[in-house]
Design a protein around this ligand. Structure first.
Ligand code: MN
Length: 713
């Protein structure tokens, strides 16, 4: 059993200037606060905080940490208040104890690996000072060492939590000895039979290997001496849990695990590390693929060493780790190494930049641009960049600070994100742009009618949500462009007496697409819909002969229009279009004199309906076309207008409809977007006179979302 004096001596040894009175005071206070409490082992409760403080002293932590270790359970398990702690021990110690109390209040229910990761992060988010986590690990280590006194169910739960949450955290902080001990102890309770078996086999193997280990050490030492390199060589068996893991991962028996032995050579310099590596490889054949240079490329927890596995004497495989004394210290102590000897001591620049690696150790850490800032964030708020919220099922989701219910919805499933209409946070309805806070329970409300909205991009914080929203908008825009492109082609082809649908079905658009350096017909039609390519251009590509007659047409347009009375198709005139196949609809059977309208069919010309025909009223307005009973045509003038408008869905279709409804036919349209994200549409339209044009412009200006309409020269 550890006594107070053991701790005081330990601290005094590594930190001669330490304020030991603080630790003594904490001891007296803790003894009083926990008075009468006993542990399940039957010992006085005080034994636990003393042992925890002892582990903290083993890690050579500062006085505040050791003191907090002694007091760590007072806030939670006794009548002690924060104010009292603060008056007696100051802010620093109080904050550490408070941090520990906060962590102990989270309950871990799930053993799912991904969730475990989130719980680990949640702990880190709650920890404002990294020392809290180190003390917590010491606390857990002592609880694991005394787990035998707990009830079996409790043993299972605590061991599981230790293996899933705390051992990985110890690893993340680079404190390898705590990690290994936690792992071994967890396995002892989680798989007692396997553990006992392994323990026995390892003990026997250790016995058998003693001579062998001594022999190898001797060979290495002799060779180091020969090359005038100072070094310490040790040999050992790997720790139980790591052997167990090899057996599970490789599905092999204990006997088949070939590299159970490990040797460690500690030398004075990095140069010596590589020299020793050369010596080892000249002595024994290295196993290919097993050499790792963690000196050149340290692990994220700053672990450094050279690793190699060789085929040693008697064809036995073993691993060698070669490192300097300093590397060894960090390998054992990890992040704790950087909190040692810090009493009243200012870090100089070099040491500050050394702390840069801490950023890598804690790879979840967000944006910190320099070591000084990082040090600050370690002290103040380590993981303030994240919020942790719960699903209604109790799973934890990590999101960046400022994340909204939309981010949360997408983090669950794309489908939920795409259809989320609202959210309830801890039972109350909140807007989609609400900022989530750690600890909130979030429930997403979805509707099949809901779709992602461009506005969402203004408030989402996760790249996942952003990408999915953009993806949806892009896909939607693509779909819309294809739809529009098809309409524009249909009209243009129709005007030139070609069937777009037939050509499209026959794959002609695929061929044409290649000529515009596009992948396929859909891409081409979409490009037309966006106004990047005109339907006329495509038509001319497919029917080069039309280009000539097209020019001819234009030249002769006026006279030909005047000369040629459009007296075709059983007395029906269709604006600006000649020789069109016309049929009269059977549903409404229009008679001369009835107001009529044409409906552009796919490949079967125009069907003439009465304007009040219910079929027409229900039909796609984009495919309706003005027809009239054989009127004398006036000359048509082609003119270009530029429309600046909002870039919204259906805008182009609406503008087209307005222009058509004003008896002005569209012969070309180009659409682009300007810097302000507005759409710029250039229409080429046919009008009879200025008054007609003015009328068209007036109407267009009334369309919702139109900013400006201009006549172009
Ligand atoms: Mn405790």
């Amino acid at each position: 059993m550890t006594r107070l004096n053991d701790i005081l001596e330990k601290v005094q040894a590594y930190n001669p200037g330490a304020d030991l009175n603080m630790i003594r005071k904490a001891y007296v206070y803790s003894a009083l606060a926990h008075k009468g409490q006993v542990r399940l082992s039957g010992e006085p409760y005080l034994v636990h905080p003393i042992e925890v403080a002892n582990i903290i002293a083993d890690l050579k932590m500062d006085v505040a940490s050791v003191t907090a270790g002694i007091l760590h359970d007072t806030l939670e398990d006794t009548l002690t208040s924060m104010e009292e702690l603060s008056t007696r021990f100051g802010e620093e110690v109080t904050n550490l104890v408070e941090g520990l109390t906060k962590i102990s209040k989270i309950s871990f229910k799930t053993s799912e690996e991904r969730q475990a990761e989130n719980f680990r992060k949640m702990i880190l988010a709650m920890v404002k000072d990294i020392r809290v986590l180190i003390i917590k690990l010491a606390d857990r280590l002592h609880n694991m060492r005394t787990l035998e006194f707990q009830r079996p169910e409790k043993q299972q739960a605590i061991a599981r939590e230790t293996l899933d949450i705390y051992a990985p955290l110890a690893n993340r902080l680079g404190i390898s000895w705590i990690k290994q001990e936690l792992e071994d102890l967890s396995l002892r309770y989680l798989k007692p039979v396997i553990y006992a078996e392994l323990e026995e086999k390892i003990a026997r193997k250790k016995e058998e290997s003693q001579e062998y280990i001594a022999k190898v050490i001797k060979i290495i030492e002799r060779n180091l001496h020969h090359h005038k390199i100072d070094g310490t060589v040790t040999g050992r068996l790997k720790h139980l849990y790591s052997i167990y893991q090899k057996m599970v991962h490789q599905d092999i028996t204990f006997e088949q695990v070939y590299d159970i032995l490990a040797f460690r050579i500690i030398v004075n310099s990095i140069k010596d590390c590589y020299a020793v590596l050369g010596i080892i490889h000249s002595l024994w054949l290295p196993v290919p693929g097993r050499f790792k240079d963690y000196i050149a490329i340290p692990k994220t927890n700053l672990y450094q060493s050279l690793h190699t596995t060789v085929i040693g004497p008697d064809a036995e495989h073993f691993e060698l780790q070669i490192r300097t004394e300093e590397m060894h210290h960090i390998a054992e102590m990890g992040i704790a190494a950087h909190w040692q000897y810090k009493e009243g001591y200012q870090l100089d620049e070099d040491e500050r930049s050394q702390l840069d690696w801490l950023r890598q150790v804690l790879e979840w850490q967000g944006d910190v641009s320099n070591a000084g800032e990082f040090l600050e964030s370690v002290k103040i708020d380590l993981f303030a960049d994240s919020v942790y919220v719960f699903t209604p099922q109790g799973a934890v989701k990590e999101l960046p600070k400022g994340a909204t219910p939309v981010d949360f919805a997408y983090s669950i499933h794309t489908n939920i994100g795409d259809h989320c209409t609202g959210a309830k946070v801890s039972g109350k309805l909140v807007p989609l742009k609400y900022e989530l806070k750690t600890g909130e329970i979030v429930e997403i409300i979805t509707s099949n009618k809901q779709h992602p909205n461009k506005d969402w991009l203004h408030f989402v914080k996760t790249s996942k949500a952003r990408n999915k929203i953009r993806h949806w908008i892009k896909k939607e825009e693509e779909r819309r462009s294809i739809e529009l492109g098809k309409e524009l082609c249909e009209r243009e082809f129709f005007r030139h007496k070609q069937s777009f649908n037939k050509d499209f079905k026959q794959g002609k658009f695929n061929e044409a697409a290649a000529q515009f350096s596009l992948n396929n017909a859909d891409n081409l039609v979409a490009a037309i819909g966006r106004g990047k390519i005109s339907a006329l251009q495509v038509l001319y590509k497919l029917y080069p002969e039309l280009r000539k007659s097209g020019k001819q047409d234009k030249k002769n347009k006026d006279d030909s229009r005047q000369k040629k009375k459009r007296q075709n198709n059983e007395g029906i005139t269709i604006k600006d279009i000649d020789d069109v196949m016309v049929r009269f609809a059977k549903c409404c059977n229009p008679l001369p004199g009835d107001p009529v309208i044409g409906f552009i069919t796919r490949g079967r010309g125009v069907t003439i309906h009465r304007k009040d025909c219910k079929h027409v009223l229900k039909s796609d307005p984009e495919r309706q076309i003005e027809v009239d009973w054989n009127l004398t045509q006036q000359a048509i003038h082609q003119i270009k207008i530029r429309i600046l408008c909002e870039d919204r869905r259906g805008m182009l279709a609406e503008l087209s409809t307005v222009i058509s409804s004003e008896d002005a036919n569209i012969s070309d349209v180009k659409v682009s977007t300007n810097i302000d994200r507005n759409a710029v549409c250039i229409f080429e339209i046919g009008v009879t006179n200025l008054k007609h044009l003015q009328q068209v412009i007036n109407r267009l200006e009334q369309v919702k979302g139109v900013i400006e309409v201009q006549r172009l020269n």
